[in-house]
Design a binder for this molecule. Structure first.
Ligand code: CTP
Length: 411
């Protein structure tokens, strides 16, 4: 089913965790952007946030039992009418009931009657998320086509931190919009692990100075967010970006080209695809000064000697973790763009090269981009000027076309 273009109907399931309060913000984002939202809390969720809050924010009555307004057969109607069901937060208990088809309340009934895309945004303590019972339940739900978002790492209830936090409502919302736009058959990266590098490395000269570049990281983040919405497990190796973590994406922060290389190669070991969108410094200062470099009156500054950094893309392409791994590179060019791109594709040895023209006022920091995607078989796919997400989705289409048989969804 694809979403109704005018006012998509979203079911917001809320289960009983402290993060239920964050679902109020998620609900507001849906309603303010033209979605009809039916909130279906569990009884435990109502211990955290009461029914009047959900009713007032959604403009609809809420129920959690199948016994209310029985003449409308809500346990069937709500699921059937939905264009998207999102459960946020999804507790370990809710995931277990959903995985086993236990349907004791309105939310779990709705999960059985819905035929639209279903997104679970789990939130729980790290031990519960890592417990084999939860791992198996998550694997079962993913195998059946549900999109179970990886929890974020951070502060949990009380003083502890770890994996298990609900991603930010704004990021869950962004993911849901992408899932809605793609419809039920859109999770074509389910079971795949993809690695994306983003941002720009910084090569330190002394404790306060570095050689850097103007990359904002937005194109790489667009690759990560779109892959997550298509069901992939995503590792995002991020060098100096100021962007929020996309929902469901594991972010590995790095600083220098050599740190980026180590993080990308480690994550690529079991990856189906690697997208090198980061602007990696080709050179770094040959010497790092432990103390701040001082000016000396009457002396010209010493020239900065540079040495070459490893070429991560070329290395990845030459030593693939497995023969089917798809490697995508970028070429930011200022002159004779296509010819330079073709030469770079051959030199780097990757499968696809996204070529775009850069300059003072182009691409960097912008939400839009245009590019030509060159492939080793000689094809050229132009992607007209538009959102960086659109370019990313087009490239993922080309990447999935290179994958063989569908993957078995991972736990
Ligand atoms: N790249 C890399 N390692 C480097 C430099 C670049 O992995 N040390 C990757 C980038 O992430 C990008 C691609 O290589 O995917 C192209 O980067 P670009 O800077 O355009 O190419 P260069 O190899 O630096 O070539 P040139 O400077 O000659 O244009």
């Amino acid at each position: 089913m694809t979403a109704k273009a005018d006012r998509p109907t979203v079911v917001l399931g809320v289960s009983g965790g402290i993060a239920a309060y964050k679902a109020c913000e998620l609900l507001r984002r849906f309603t303010e952007s033209g979605h009809d939202v039916q909130v279906v809390p569990t009884a435990a969720a109502l211990e955290f946030v009461g029914a009047p809050t959900w009713a007032a924010l959604s403009g609809r009555p809420v129920a959690h039992e199948v016994w209310e307004t029985v003449h409308e057969v809500p346990h069937v109607r709500i699921g059937r009418e939905a264009d998207l069901v999102v459960v946020a937060p999804a507790t370990a208990d809710l995931l277990a009931r959903a995985a086993h088809g236990i349907a004791g309340d309105l939310l779990t009934n709705t999960l059985l009657t819905a035929r639209c895309p279903v997104v679970f945004a789990p939130a729980m303590h790290t031990e519960m998320w890592e417990h084999p019972a939860t791992r198996e339940n998550v694997a079962t739900l993913r195998r059946r086509g549900a999109l179970v978002v990886e929890p974020a790492v951070g502060r949990l209830t009380g003083a502890d931190t770890g994996k298990g936090r609900l991603p930010e409502p704004e990021e869950i919302f962004a993911l849901c919009r992408r899932v809605l736009a793609r419809g039920v058959s859109g999770a074509d990266l389910a079971g795949r692990h993809v690695v994306v590098s983003a941002g720009g490395t910084r090569e330190p000269l002394d404790p306060v100075r570095f050689l850097g570049n103007r990359s904002s990281g937005r194109q790489g983040y667009a690759f990560a967010a779109t892959a997550a919405a298509r069901g992939a497990r995503v590792t995002l190796v991020a060098a100096h970006t100021a962007l929020p973590d996309p929902a469901g994406v594991t972010v590995v922060p790095v600083g220098t080209a050599r740190e980026l290389r180590a993080a990308v190669l480690a994550a690529a070991a079991d990856a189906d695809a690697v997208v090198m969108a980061a602007a990696v410094a080709d050179f770094r200062p040959a010497h790092y000064a432990d103390g701040k470099i001082k000016k000396r009156d009457g002396h010209d500054p010493d020239p900065v000697a540079l040495v070459r950094n490893p070429d991560v893309l070329a290395e990845l392409s030459a030593h693939r973790a497995h023969p089917g791994q798809v490697v995508v590179g970028f070429a930011a060019e200022t002159d004779d763009v296509l010819a330079a791109g073709r030469a770079k594709l051959a030199r780097k040895g990757c499968d696809l090269l996204v070529v775009n023209e850069v300059g003072e006022h182009k691409t960097f920091g912008s939400a839009d981009n245009e590019a030509v995607v060159l492939a080793t078989d000689g094809t050229e796919v132009p992607v007209p000027y538009g959102p960086k997400e659109t370019l990313a989705d087009r490239v993922w289409d080309l990447v999935t076309a290179r994958f063989g048989a569908p993957a078995a969804p991972a736990g």
